[in-house]
Design a protein around this ligand. Structure first.
Ligand code: XMP
Ligand code: MG
Length: 183
């Protein structure tokens, strides 16, 4: 049985709840300016982006539509396989829409690179990316993400939606997972 006390599983907090909230507000001001006078469809990538989507969408001082996709590229490990599978597709027709993909993290970039290309085949007016976190040192493909919350070191992180084997998503901060948990 896993322990309900997670402190010993973490090796440090990277970004606190308050920092995240402040940075999301800054990103929202940019998004409001960039999309002024245009429709905006936020597409959240389940399950990691649930918290970012909830906070970002409520911080935006404008109308948005929201939809969700679930893709799988990891299994239960900590390395992207690069093979992406759609687990749940959109309910929304993307023709002519301004799409903003909302993600928790750009790690290798393989998932988002695949996802953006996939959405681009559906006739949208534009497709941009907003990710709370990015690990520049882990990039295997370059991802042009217009909105990035924080660049972080190449360590496995959890919290604020991010999981390891489905745990830790409900932590309010983004924290580094102690290596003894997954090695
Ligand atoms: P890639 O490598 O394709 O990763 O850019 C995309 C997805 O993998 C998950 N991911 C993580 N999840 N801590 C997590 O909890 C991490 O450090 C991490 N790195 C990648 C995440 O779901 C992301 O969308
Ligand atoms: Mg994810």
């Amino acid at each position: 049985m896993e322990s309900a006390d997670v402190a010993a599983d973490l090796s440090g907090v990277l970004h606190t709840e308050a920092e995240i909230r402040g940075r999301i507000a800054e990103l929202c001001r940019e998004i409001e300016r960039d999309y002024e006078g245009r429709d905006l469809l936020l597409i959240g990538v389940l399950k990691g982006a649930v918290m970012v989507m909830a906070d970002l969408s409520r911080e935006l001082k404008r109308d948005v539509d929201m939809d969700w996709m679930a893709v799988s590229s990891y299994g239960a490990g900590t390395q992207s396989s690069g093979v992406v599978r759609i687990v749940k597709d959109l309910d929304t027709d993307l023709s002519g829409r301004n799409v903003l993909i909302v993600e928790d993290i750009v790690d290798s970039g393989l998932t988002l690179s695949w996802l953006r290309a996939n959405l681009q085949t559906r006739g949208p007016a534009s497709v941009e990316i907003c990710a709370l976190l990015r690990k520049p040192e882990a990039a295997k493909v370059e991802i042009d993400a217009r909105y990035v919350g924080f660049e972080i070191p190449n360590e496995f992180v959890v919290g604020y939606g991010l999981d390891y084997a489905q745990r830790y998503r409900n932590l309010r901060d983004v924290a580094v997972l102690a290596p003894h948990i997954y090695s």
